[in-house]
Design a protein around this ligand. Sequence first.
Ligand code: HOZ
Length: 429
Amino acid sequence: MSSTQSLALFERAQEVIPGGVNSPVRACKSVGASPLFIARADGCRLWDADGNEYIDYVGSWGPMVLGHRHPEVIQAIGRALEQGTSFGAPTELELELADLVVAAVPSVEKIRMVNSGTEATMSAIRLARGFTGRDVIVKFDGCYHGHADTLLVDAGSGVATLNIPGSPGVPEAVVQYTLSLPYNDIDALESLMTRRGDQVAAIIVEPVAGNMGLVPPREGFLEALRDLTARHGSLLIFDEVMSGFRVAYGGAQERYGIQPDLTCFGKIIGAGLPVGAYGGRRDVMACVAPEGGVYQAGTLSGNPLAMAAGIAALKALGRPGVYDVLEARSQRLADGLAQAADQAGIPAVFNRVGSMLGMFFNARPVSDFAAAKTCDLERFAAYYCGMLAEGIYLAPSQFEAGFVSLAHTEADIDQTVAAAARVLNSLND
Ligand code: HOZ
């Protein structure tokens, strides 16, 4: 496979873009590779600038639940485009998308559209502080809630990939109120809430953690979060940027039967266009300006192209049977990969919730960030490069999740498993 064009573009990009990329993990540094420049995508496939074809399990980091270029999404964007690209004024489209989310997610009574997951979590934190009059925020090690200053503490995703604790440029004073606990550790949570519960504005959590690889919530963890926040008058914020409309139509909160006070959404509700949103209890959302005093604004919020794409995607995802198909295809992939690793004699852990997957080169279960960090990252890098050479496009970091879409057929899954078997066997040589 030649990568001449991608390499040349990366050379040029490094001259004018920091690290040659607009988001750090894309640089592929931790797997010792160079990024592919993508020319186009269709269904579950991508083509790079050199014309090489790949089966895609990144799906633009999650939003492509329907696959790339879903016809209804493309048509909806086309129709919206004819009317104009941005008005900075209310539209019927944003109302329609809000109605769809409110109908799908019972804990969300009102919703505010923004432009990214980062903006959604940042705004939800401000709202929680404004509503409760408290300052302390609790998060979990290895969860990533975007790059707002307050939340860049022991974060996953790119921060974990680069193996840094936080970021220069974030003043100590800004994160003094952010406390981070081990994911899935109910004892640590209870102990903290007993000591400081009356100072905690909110606990924010990825109900299915997808930024330290894929780590499911252990039984009772989300229930404990709900119970402790309610008992101490703190808000529970679910960051469903990845899991919303992904692990079930109503997200992780539907799958696990837990109602948070606030929920953050991201790219999925815009079918991959730049969208985010935060929503929740009516009394809490009433504090958002102009209804209340907690300020948050944005010219591109509720952008008509993004709203149109999101409406089409949510309507398609709401059809009967969609999540059964996703579940079955994802199960087939996870089982196939586990069997391939087993036959190759390579210790590996496969975590899966719906169509979100994580593969760790580790003999022991991975249920938190500490465990994810003990995995064999060199082996992951070799696996990543081997799979890429086989035409399988994975996230270039063990601290990211993989995503199956409706466009992945059983034949695509079987092709992937066969490739993985060859690569895993070669890792043993
Ligand atoms: N941190 C993002 C996913 N967890 C990756 C963003 C990107 O590179 O597009």
